[in-house]
Design a protein around this ligand. Structure first.
Ligand SMILES: NCc1[nH]cc(CCC(=O)O)c1CC(=O)O
Length: 313
């Protein structure tokens, strides 16, 4: 076969993560321009959530590339006919990080401080620790968000933003981090820190050598929580799975939008003992959450309708 062509979005973060994948596979990178240059009709027909994934998938289905690289957490949970997540490489840091002015931690921010995030989960988590904060809805890429921390202009000014440690690391911007939120008390978006390498069904072998089984198992277990709760990517839900000494552990937390309450469900099993460990473990955790009233707490049904294209994180 000739040189493998790997499709990626053109953002700095997408390029950074795709370059590591391409280097390991000796592949060539092809930048797929999403917004604008592909018809909105066909994007919409590919499904509302994950409009960024849709442009990449279209190029993959059209045979323009042999594989595409996604941030696994940005992928809708519904499978795409004809395509498959052929590899999940070794996952990096799943934690969220605070990037504040003057080296401040969350506890050190002054009363009423302005903290930026576009994610309902991060908003609820911030408010659950500091209900006095003013949460500012921010959009745009990582550099745009970081640029608002300590900005002179009063309207743009933020005291801090919350971002994924993984993205900052991949962009070489870990220097901006002033606090890491430990995963037990601050579970993050399902599959945060993981990549999903997608190919056409039948072409999996081309990327198989970068597969890391434990990373797939934990990322998929977390994503199964979203699927079972029928929640979209705007739902205030955090999940964390880990493999320890062969035991697969899953904890998921559902927040009330204002952060005033949350519910946690946790279970563990030995994956070799059951036929469908991912589904089984996620089912135990979501059954526990739902019987405790999680659907009412977080208006899960409403989060599906709110799902904008491309997610909110
Ligand atoms: N939709 C934004 C997004 N998608 C993936 C990452 C980086 C973290 C990762 O690779 O999971 C980010 C940025 C963020 O959440 O701060």
């Amino acid at each position: 076969m000739s040189v493998l062509r790997i499709g990626t979005r053109g953002s700095a973060l997408a390029l950074a993560q795709a370059q590591t994948v391409a280097a390991r596979l000796g592949a060539e990178l092809v930048v797929i321009h999403s917004e604008g240059d592909r018809s909105t009709a066909s994007l919409a027909s590919l499904g509302g959530a994950g409009v960024f994934a849709a442009a990449l998938r279209e190029a993959l289905l059209a045979g323009e590339v042999d594989a595409v690289v996604h941030s696994f957490k940005d992928l809708p949970t519904a499978p795409m006919p004809g395509l498959t997540i052929a590899a999940v490489p070794k996952r990096v840091d799943a934690r969220d990080a605070l990037c504040a002015r003057d080296g401040l931690s969350l506890a050190q921010l002054p009363a009423g401080a302005r903290v930026g995030t576009g994610s309902p989960r991060r908003r609820a988590q911030l408010l659950s620790r500091r209900s006095d904060l003013e949460i500012v809805d921010v959009r745009g890429n990582v550099d745009t968000r970081l640029g608002r921390v300590g900005a002179e202009d009063a309207e743009r000014h933020l005291d801090a933003v919350v971002l994924a440690a993984a993205g900052l690391e991949r962009l070489g911007r870990s220097d901006a981090i002033t606090e890491h939120f430990e995963i037990d008390g601050w579970p993050t978006a399902p599959a945060q820190g993981a990549l999903g390498i997608e190919t056409r069904v039948g072409d999996e072998a081309a990327v198989a050598k970068i597969e890391h089984r434990p990373s797939r198992l934990t990322a998929e277990t977390e994503r199964a929580v979203l699927a079972l709760l029928e929640a979209g990517c705007s739902a205030p839900i955090g999940a964390h799975a880990l493999l320890d000494d062969g035991l697969l552990f899953l904890s998921a937390r559902v927040y009330r939008e204002d952060g005033s309450e949350y519910l946690t469900g946790s279970h563990a099993l030995y994956p070799d003992d059951v036929p469908d460990p991912v589904g089984e473990l996620a089912r135990r955790v979501t059954d526990e959450l739902l019987s405790a009233g999680a659907a009412d707490l977080a208006s899960l049904a409403a989060s599906r309708e709110l799902d904008g294209p491309g997610g909110t994180e």
